[in-house]
Ligand binder design. Structure first.
Ligand SMILES: Nc1ncnc2c1ncn2[C@@H]1O[C@H](COP(=O)(O)OP(=O)(O)O)[C@@H](O)[C@H]1O
Ligand SMILES: N[C@@H](CCOP(=O)(O)O)C(=O)O
Length: 308
């Protein structure tokens, strides 16, 4: 049997709408992501289990992981023996943690290993992005590549091999708080303006290029000082109950920045110390999340998708 884990991710990472994303590893060792297990079987079989399985359509044909299996058999490995594919759906749907990307990445990575198809990194990333695009209302790589490769990734069609890893300050902590309600990514994309002004476009380009360069030259504090989302956050914040209050409160508790993870409603902070991250997590647990929500203090997951 092949069992593959794919981690949750923060799309956009505030400064890089659709172009920057980071994989998350809770410091308490929780595996915050989906797992896909592939084993030989008499006929192709699909099972969806895990904490959030009941939130997905009961019809397998509407499950992205099953759709990936059908595609893989038809177009990538027609001679692969029959398999039982089990998706352990551990990430909430519509959470802003790259849940759909997680299932797609884990499934293709597991099938590629099982069938020994040895797809190239770019082939796999393109396949994965095709399926992520089906549900999210746009083709973007900022969950796919960090989830697959780990770390912080600058990513897109213009980037050689689709992705370049960027360094971060190893001392940074990331607090990710899922408030316990869903926000559909396609809906959260539909509220964004269809066009940017010349001024906004130039500022976006400056901010992302400066941020990337500052990280690459280890000027981490200066990178943090320009880490803000002027592209999506102003339009999405009204869709997320409690976000504005959290954005006001958390800097006093030590958050260097507070922004929306992916399309939301998960919120994330960057903190320079564990004590600050703990204070932010405590506030978020008391004021931002409901009984279905959760909060994790994280580092980046530098391993990305891996066999368990
Ligand atoms: N395995 C899967 N994982 C996540 N979403 C799935 C899966 N299969 C189908 N879907 C559907 O895809 C959509 C994902 O919603 P979206 O808001 O894009 O989630 P996320 O932002 O968490 O990736 C939902 O309508 C969900 O029912
Ligand atoms: N760049 C995308 C990221 C969506 O992330 P998700 O975790 O909400 O699916 C966007 O901002 O729409």
């Amino acid at each position: 049997m092949i069992e593959v884990y794919a981690p949750a991710s923060i799309g956009n990472f505030a400064v890089g709408f659709d172009a920057l994303g980071a994989a998350l590893a809770p410091i308490d060792g929780t595996l915050l992501g989906d797992v896909v297990a592939v084993s030989p079987a008499q006929n192709d079989e699909f099972i969806c289990s895990g904490e959030y399985a009941h939130k997905l359509p009961s019809d397998a044909s509407e499950n992205l992981a099953y759709q990936c299996l059908v595609h893989f058999r038809e177009h990538v490995a027609p001679t692969m023996p029959s398999v039982k594919l089990e998706l352990k759906k551990n990430l909430p749907i519509g959470s802003g943690l790259g849940s759909s990307a997680c299932s797609v990445v884990a499934t293709f990575a597991a099938l590629d290993k099982f069938a020994d198809t040895k797809l190239s990194q770019v082939q796999l990333i393109e396949l994965m992005a095709d399926f992520e695009a089906i549900v999210s209302g746009g083709r973007h790589y900022d969950n796919i590549t960090p989830c697959y490769l780990g770390g912080l990734q600058l990513t897109g069609d213009l980037i050689p091999n689709k992705s370049i890893a960027l360094p971060v300050d190893e001392s940074w902590y990331y607090v990710a708080a899922f408030p316990g309600f869903s926000l559909n990514t396609a809906k959260a994309r539909s509220v964004l303006p269809k066009e940017l002004t010349m001024h906004a476009s130039v500022e976006f380009a400056q901010r992302l290029s400066a941020f990337s360069t500052l990280l690459l030259t280890s000027r981490f504090d200066e990178a943090l000082s320009i880490m803000s989302d002027e592209i999506a956050e102003p339009y999405r914040a009204p869709l997320i109950a409690g976000f504005n209050e959290a954005k006001l409160a958390l800097p006093d508790l030590g958050a260097e920045i507070v922004s929306i993870s992916g399309a939301g409603p998960t919120l994330f902070t960057v903190c320079k110390t564990l004590a600050a991250a703990q204070q932010c997590a405590q506030w978020l647990e008391q004021n931002y999340i409901n009984e279905q929500g959760f909060c994790h203090i994280c580092k980046l997951d530098n391993a990305g998708t891996r066999q368990l």
